[in-house]
Design a protein around this ligand. Structure first.
Ligand code: UN1
Length: 511
C-alpha cells in the first residue's frame, strides 16, 4: 500500500472534485497506481488496481447483464443514455476541470471533451429508435426477406490518455442502445477521470431503475494485463481499442485468432495541403489549432504540412511567428493555448524526433522545454515547426507531441502523393479555393484517409460522422453515421408465407 499523497492545493482540489462527482474515497486512496497531473507532475491520488482475475469477473458480470439488457426494447435502452446525457450535463464543469487537471487540456478543451460525450448521448438516443434493417426484394413468390439487427454481447473498450473520457462515451452510448454491455479499461495515465465518469454513469443507471441489470457498465483500472484479458476472453465479441499502432499490432491478431471484431483506432500522421489559392489567414488559424491544440496530443493532430512553393515564403514565416508567440503554460492560466505534455516519455520522444530532423539538415523553430512552469516532473514545450527539405525521416512516423513538419510542393499530385505516403491513414485536409483541387483531394484518387477535410484542419471532428481511419490506423469507425452496426449482429430472414416451396436459383429438389 502506498501513502496518501501530501495535501497540496491541487490534491485537495481533486479530492473535492471527485467527492462532488460522487467517487467514493476508497476508489482513489491507498492503491498502487499513482494518478498524476501533467500540470505539476505531482501525484494526485493512489488508485487501487484490478487484477486479471478481477477483469475476468467483471466480464462475467457484464455478460450476465447482456443476456438481460438485450431483451429491453431499444427505445427504452435509449432512455438510459438520455439520463446519462443529463447527468453529464450536470457534471460538465467538474468533469471538464478534472480532464484539465489529469490530461493537461486547456479548460475549453476539457469542457469540449465532456460536450463531445453529451453530443454522442444525444445522437445515440435518436439512434435507439432508428436501428433500421432493410426489407429486400425476393426472387420467390410468396416470400419476404428482411434483415434484423440484434445486440452482440459484451463490448470491451480500451482507451488512451488523450481523450480519457470521450472515447469511452462514443463506444458506450452506442453499445448501450444497441443492447450490449460494456467493460472499460481506461489508460493507466488517467484513472481519475474514468472513476468520475463511472460514478456519473452509475447515477444514470440508478435513476433508470431495475431494467438496467447489474454489471451493465463495468470499469477495470490497471495495467496491460487486464487489457489482455479483454482481448482474449471469448465472451467479448467486440473490442474497441484506441492507442498506438504498436498496440494495434499486438491486439489485432489476437482478436482475429478468436474471430472477434476489433474497432481499432490507432496512430495518425495527419497532413494538410496549403494550395496557391488558399485563404491564408484562415489556413493559418486552422493550422495553429490543428497542430498545437491539445499540445499536439490528439490522434487527429496536424503533423505534416505541404505548402505550395508559390506561397511558402509568405505563409511559413507567419506561422513561425505564431509558433514563437503562442502562450505555453499552466492550462488553467488565462491565455494559455498549449498545456503540458503528458509525461517525460512524451518529452523524450519529441526531443529525439527533433534531433533526427536536425541531422537531416532541417530548420527547427521552437521545440525546447519551457522552464519555470509546474515542477521538475512537468514537461512543457514550445511547439516545434520543422522545415524539411524533403518528406523523409521522422515526418513519416507519428510522434505524439507538437511537431509540425513543413515541406514545399509544386504540383497537387505530388502533394496528394505525400499525404498518402505514410503508414497511418486517419485524417487529412486541404486549404484551397480551387474546386477542382478540393474535389480531387476528396475523390477516389485523392486522400486515402478516413477523414478528408476542406478549408479546416484535420482535427476536431464532430460526433455526427463516422470517426476513424485506414491502413495502420486500423480501419475502425466510431461515433456517428452507421458506426453503430459494429456493435450489433445482423440476421438475414427469409419468410415463406405461401404453400409452395420454390427454391432459389431455380433449383429443383422433388422428394
Ligand atoms: C483522439 O485523439 O483519440 O477529431 C480523438 C478530434 C476529436 C477526437 C480525437 N473529436 O480531434
Amino acid at each position: 500500500m502506498s501513502a496518501t499523497p501530501a495535501a497540496t492545493p491541487l490534491v485537495s482540489e481533486v479530492d473535492q472534485l471527485l467527492q462532488s462527482l460522487g467517487v467514493p474515497r476508497a476508489a482513489y486512496n491507498g492503491g498502487t497506481l499513482a494518478a498524476r497531473s501533467p500540470i505539476t507532475g505531482e501525484v494526485l491520488a493512489q488508485v487501487p488496481q484490478q487484477s486479471a482475475a478481477d477483469a475476468t469477473a467483471a466480464i462475467g458480470r457484464a455478460h450476465a447483464a447482456f443476456t438481460a439488457w438485450r431483451n429491453v426494447p431499444a427505445p427504452r435502452r435509449g432512455e438510459l443514455v438520455r439520463l446519462l446525457g443529463e447527468e453529464l450535463r450536470a457534471a460538465k464543469a467538474d468533469l471538464g476541470l478534472l480532464v484539465t487537471i489529469e490530461a493537461g487540456k486547456i479548460p475549453s478543451e476539457g469542457l469540449g471533451e465532456v460536450q463531445e460525450m453529451i453530443d454522442i448521448c444525444d445522437f445515440a438516443v435518436g439512434l435507439s429508435r432508428q436501428l433500421y434493417g432493410l426489407t429486400i426484394a425476393t426472387e420467390r413468390p410468396g416470400h419476404r426477406m428482411m434483415e434484423t439487427w440484434h445486440p452482440l454481447g459484451v463490448c470491451g473498450v480500451i482507451s488512451a490518455f488523450n481523450f480519457p473520457v470521450a472515447v469511452w462515451s462514443w463506444n458506450a452510448a452506442l453499445a448501450l442502445v444497441c443492447g450490449d454491455s460494456v467493460v472499460w479499461k481506461p489508460s493507466e495515465k488517467t484513472p481519475l477521470t474514468a472513476l468520475a465518469t463511472h460514478a456519473i454513469a452509475q447515477r444514470a443507471i440508478a435513476r433508470f431503475g431495475a431494467d438496467a441489470p447489474e454489471g451493465l457498465l463495468e470499469l477495470i483500472v490497471g495495467q496491460r494485463d487486464i487489457g489482455e484479458v479483454l482481448v482474449d476472453d471469448a465472451r467479448v465479441p467486440v473490442l474497441s481499442a484506441t492507442g498506438s499502432t504498436a498496440m494495434g499490432r499486438a491486439v489485432g491478431p489476437r482478436l482475429a485468432a478468436r474471430f472477434a471484431r476489433g474497432i481499432l483506432e490507432l496512430g495518425g500522421n495527419n497532413a494538410a495541403i496549403v494550395a496557391p489559392t488558399a485563404d491564408l489567414n484562415l489556413a493559418l488559424r486552422g493550422i495553429a489549432f490543428a497542430a498545437m491544440g491539445t499540445a499536439g496530443q490528439r490522434c487527429t493532430t496536424l503533423r505534416r504540412l505541404f505548402v505550395h512553393e508559390s506561397i511558402y515564403d509568405q505563409l511559413v514565416p507567419q506561422l513561425a511567428k505564431v509558433y514563437a508567440n503562442v502562450q505555453v503554460g499552466d492550462p488553467r492560466t488565462a491565455g494559455t493555448l498549449v498545456g503540458p505534455l503528458i509525461d517525460r516519455m512524451a518529452f523524450d520522444g519529441m526531443q529525439k524526433a527533433l534531433e533526427q530532423s536536425r541531422a537531416l539538415g532541417a530548420t527547427v523553430h521552437g521545440g525546447g522545454r519551457v522552464e519555470g512552469v509546474g515542477g521538475a516532473d512537468a514537461y512543457y514545450v514550445r511547439p516545434a515547426l520543422v522545415e524539411l527539405q524533403k518528406h523523409e525521416g521522422p515526418a513519416l512516423h507519428e510522434t505524439f507531441a507538437p511537431i509540425l513538419y513543413v515541406v514545399r510542393y509544386s504540383s497537387i499530385d505530388e502533394a496528394i502523393a505525400m499525404n498518402n505516403a505514410v503508414g497511418a491513414g486517419l485524417s487529412s485536409s486541404i486549404f484551397t479555393l480551387n474546386v477542382r483541387e478540393a474535389e480531387l483531394f476528396m475523390s477516389a484518387a485523392g486522400s486515402d484517409c478516413g477523414i478528408a477535410n476542406v478549408n479546416i484542419g484535420p482535427s476536431g471532428a464532430e460526433i455526427g460522422g463516422a470517426f476513424g481511419g485506414e491502413k495502420e490506423t486500423g480501419g475502425g469507425r466510431e461515433a456517428g453515421s452507421d458506426s453503430w452496426k459494429a456493435y450489433m449482429r445482423r440476421a438475414t430472414n427469409t419468410i415463406n408465407y405461401s404453400t409452395a416451396l420454390p427454391l432459389a436459383q431455380g433449383v429443383t429438389f422433388d422428394v
